[in-house]
Design a protein around this ligand. Sequence first.
Ligand SMILES: [Zn+2]
Length: 259
Amino acid sequence: MQLKRRSVLSGMAAAAACPICLASGVSAEEAHGGHEKHWTYEGDTGPEHWGELKPDYKSCSIGTQQSPINLAKPVHASLSQLVLNWKPFPLTVSHNGHTIVVNIPPGNTTTEGDGEVFNLIQFHIHHPSEHLVDGKTFALEAHFVHFNEKKDAALVIGVFMSEGASNESWASVFANMPKEKGDTKTTLTLDATKLLPTNHDRYRYEGSLTTPACGEIVHWNVLKVPMTATADQIKAVGALFSNNARPVLPLNRRFLLDG
Ligand SMILES: [Zn+2]
């Protein structure tokens, strides 16, 4: 048990060592030029097997605070307000083989009330949603990934999208999605605050990154009010990634709050 615990911790240390690799869905090995067997969303390298692919991925199979989860029966709490200090930036949309990702220049931060400062690093899209609400799946879920200065803790804001009207800011992201892995497109300036609903009521729990090495370092803030995307926009994401959502994992001994 002691040994297992140590490998989990070393996995987490690895996550801390290369958070941007993990956050962008690119493993440290891939980013650093190695040729390990890579994780996927199906088959013998799919989510059920992530923990077996590499020692650093152990948390994926033996972790007890994993994400995503089914967001059900939350305990109501007076949560601190999410404070977003985000500035408009030149939009660069990339395809990293696992998702569509928008990397964000330094200088954009989020805090919960007057809590720890987290730097916004990137956002990316899952099709369909990773979190469920009372067992219900949404068409898409975007994750706004932040790390603290020490890079040993993350804050992720999750935003659901269901089918409906086009949103101007999201439309500029969808319109610039590269079709091939490794491609990047740069376009106009984006105000990322417009990618979120104005109402920040949310679910709050402690969990993990939803891609290997599944480090249990994430303060999850999943917004309750979904954004909307047109059927064509959702289809365009689905054409690139038919399923890039990790299945839900048990809540175990954690509190799910809402407020
Ligand atoms: Zn994600």
